[in-house]
Ligand binder design. Structure first.
Ligand code: PLP
Length: 386
């Protein structure tokens, strides 16, 4: 551990902080004052409070280790100096206006949230009490489960097709006048499959005649052709559709926590009134800094695609089956139960996802730094033969 945060260090630190204070803070750098209270990672290489443990290949959480962009880091540093103050409305409105401009909607139609998870939780709390949430059997269900645990939602899961696609016709058929909302994820997690834009938009437009449809587009910036795949055009046509997006994936800011929704202005007002947190000024600043940083976005995507090709090449060489992913993760069958492969990988200091529901043969690996992806690719043939 690089952190020395013990009772003793805290007590002696308090004393030294006083001494530092008396000596005059002007000559003390922020790092030195953090070190004086025992909170600073004295050896940053071995620090593990933030980010993966040294030596661990973290390939289980669909993060993007190429972020944050330097354009985001500069804004974090500048805004942190104003951290004594609550986030100004103007900052949030500036980010909303940037997002609105790119998508061709009014700023009132955009809600900034603390990660898209907050937005999806708010939506589950708004629509869950009205009736069941209808969703594919496999989707990113954390927020629907959150509302379900509070007794505020029931989830109706519709089986995937034989090809592990979302069964859009089945979901449509399951909608009744009692349905609270439909929740879709495109591309889907954990399958990684992207439903083509024309297909999903036609289905969602039909569903939205009957109920509210939420489309979680957390990974959409990673697909081959984002513009053709998004459901935002349906919102512009006045359909009852809400799209959620995040800065956690392509922007590489999972720990910084910014997401947003696009919907009608009326729905946006309802979402705003249901949020539980104020997004930190540093997070808003970071998002403003990198939202239009195309150099960083292209770089990030190229690295993720390169990692994905390394993984699929390895799977091809081993003759293993996998789903065609347009995201930063691949869902594949190794021949071992997912939890066994996860355990074997963990013994090699590689973290991948374990089993989802009863999908025993299916494992999910996320793209990380290319060195880490390579470690996974080298370990896999050995571990499946062991
Ligand atoms: C499909 C999907 N949606 C939403 C989220 C939530 O992301 P965040 O709250 O970081 O924006 C995740 C997280 O992994 C996800 O996989």
């Amino acid at each position: 551990m690089g952190y020395r945060l013990t009772r003793r260090s805290l007590f002696s630190a308090s004393a030294s902080t006083v001494a530092v204070g008396l000596a005059g803070c002007a000559s003390t750098s922020p790092a030195a004052s953090a070190e004086a209270i025992g909170a600073f990672p004295l050896d940053p290489q071995s620090a593990s409070l933030f980010g993966p443990e040294p030596g661990l290949s973290l390939l289980s959480r669909n993060e993007n280790p190429y972020g944050p962009a330097s354009s985001a880091l500069e804004m974090i540093s500048a805004s942190a100096k104003k951290g004594a103050y609550y986030t100004n409305d103007e900052a949030t409105k500036t980010l909303a206006a940037m997002i609105a401009e790119r998508h061709g909607v009014a700023p009132e139609q955009v809600v900034i949230t603390t990660g898209s998870g907050e937005a999806l939780s708010a939506l589950a709390l708004i629509y869950g009490p009205k009736g069941p949430i209808v969703a594919p059997r496999l989707f990113w269900d954390t927020t629907a489960l959150y509302a379900a645990k509070l007794g505020m939602a029931e989830i109706i899961r519709i089986p995937l097709t034989e090809d592990m696609d979302i069964d859009l016709a089945g979901i449509d058929a399951a909608i009744t006048p009692e349905t609270g909302m439909v929740q879709l994820c495109n591309p889907n997690n954990p399958t990684g499959i992207a439903t083509p834009g024309s297909v999903i938009r036609a289905a969602v437009a039909k569903m939205a005649e009957k109920t509210t449809v939420v489309v979680d587009e957390a990974y959409i910036e990673l697909v081959d052709d984002e513009a053709s795949m998004t459901c935002v055009p349906l919102i512009k046509q006045g359909k009852n559709v809400i799209v959620t997006r995040t800065f956690s994936k392509i922007y590489g800011m999972a720990g910084i926590r910014v997401g947003y929704t696009i919907s009608s202005a009326e729905t946006a007002a309802a979402i705003r009134s249901t949020l539980m947190s104020w997004t930190p000024c540093t997070s808003i600043a970071a998002a403003i800094g990198c939202y239009n940083d195309t150099g960083f976005l292209d770089y990030s995507k190229s690295k993720i695609v390169e990692g994905r090709q390394m993984v699929t090449q390895t799977l091809d060489q081993l003759g293993l089956s996998y789903l065609k992913s347009q995201t930063n993760f691949v869902y594949f069958q190794s021949g071992l139960p997912a939890n066994d492969l996860q355990k074997a990988m963990a013994a090699e200091n590689i973290s991948i996802r374990g089993q989802y529901m009863d999908y025993t043969p299916w494992s999910r690996v996320s793209m990380g730094k290319l060195d880490d992806v390579e470690k996974f690719c080298k370990a896999l043939p050995r571990l499946i033969k062991a």
